[in-house]
Design a protein around this ligand. Structure first.
Ligand code: RIB
Ligand code: CA
Length: 322
């Protein structure tokens, strides 16, 4: 039976592909999207969640408002130019989608998460592809709740490789390290951590993206969205020819953990000084059998890339046919 799944997203371009993979993957039954800040403001993430779920023919997927800023801030988070270059100001590479007539739910993300854990317990999978603020807020409001979920898969962190925001920090973690600490160090939840160690090993190339244009108007728009992201990645790494697939890999791992090889580690999150945002295994507990975070270190890139391309094409075809 498909796993009841909540997606916690800061919708951005790779989050968009993560949403597509989740809606199309037969192992996952998406029961809601909770929204957070990160690639965009929470308000923009929420708008994108509504517009995209409608466009993909899934208006039954409800959208819940989540964190507007990190645990240590008190002002509503808005993005600046450095992020507009990666995901566009609207999170979708400035591509304008048809606007959903729906509104987000009035139930807050933390309360929806708590209710879903109460209802589904072990059968619930939570996939978080932005800063971990909503999950930390859940732990603060409902202590001990997160570990009652069946699985929490996050895109975040870098254990054996350099970071993408500083030499040691990855974007989702460094955007709210205090939240990551609560979730990864303190919650005791069953976590799969899909970080840069594996997400930089998987790629989507421009030729494949441009194939989507043949599928129709929606395919054409999505190709524009993803090409915006590829343009940025190519500027950073000339000759790359595509983009890495952070968030969609996390979704695919939640559905099929055998796509990756995982190492159990007791992850420590640094919150101070130059190391702020670093995720690293605690050497003192390496011999323990209770290391709670399964860190993905290798991936079957070929299998994942073929699966993602097939699923994205299928969801576009289904959307075009509606
Ligand atoms: O480091 C990669 C992560 O940061 C992804 O979740 C991507 O969406 C970006 O925000
Ligand atoms: Ca993301």
């Amino acid at each position: 039976m498909a796993k009841k799944t909540i997606l916690d997203l800061d919708i951005g371009i790779d989050d968009t592909m993560a949403l597509m993979e989740a809606l199309e993957n037969p192992e996952l039954d998406v029961i809601g999207v909770t929204t957070t800040f990160g690639n965009v403001s929470q308000a923009t993430s929420q708008k994108n969640a509504l517009d995209l779920t409608d466009m993909f023919g899934h208006p039954e997927v409800k959208v819940y408002p989540g964190a507007k800023h990190s645990l240590t801030d008190d002002e509503v988070y808005e993005t600046e130019e450095d992020l507009w270059e990666i995901h566009g100001k609207n999170g979708l590479g400035e591509v304008v989608l048809p606007e959903s007539a729906r509104e987000a739910e009035t139930t807050e993300a933390v309360d929806f998460l708590a209710q879903a854990i109460d209802e589904y317990g072990d059968d619930l999978t939570i996939i978080a592809t932005g800063p971990l603020t909503n999950l930390a807020l859940l732990e603060q409001k409902y202590p001990g709740k997160l570990k009652q979920a069946g699985n929490v898969t996050i895109m975040g962190g870098a254990v054996g490789v350099q970071g993408n925001m500083s030499p040691c920090s990855e974007a989702n973690i460094v955007t709210d390290p205090e939240a990551a600490k609560i979730v990864l160090e303190e919650s005791g939840a069953p976590i799969n951590m899909v970080g840069l160690d594996v997400t930089m090993r998987v790629m989507l190339d421009r030729d494949r993206v441009n194939e989507w244009r043949k599928l129709g108007e929606i395919g054409d728009k999505l190709a524009d969205v993803v090409n915006f992201y590829i343009d940025f990645e190519e500027k950073e790494t000339p000759g790359l020819g595509g983009c890495s697939l952070h968030d969609p890999l996390a979704v695919a791992v939640a559905a099929n953990p055998d796509l990756v090889t995982m190492v159990p580690l007791d992850i420590v999150v640094d919150t101070e000084g130059e190391m702020r945002g670093r995720t690293i295994g605690n050497v003192k507990t390496l011999r323990s059998s209770e290391n709670p975070v399964n860190v993905a270190m290798m991936v079957d890139a070929d299998r994942f890339e073929k699966q993602l391309n097939r699923d994205i094409q299928n969801i576009i075809k289904a959307a075009e046919a509606k």
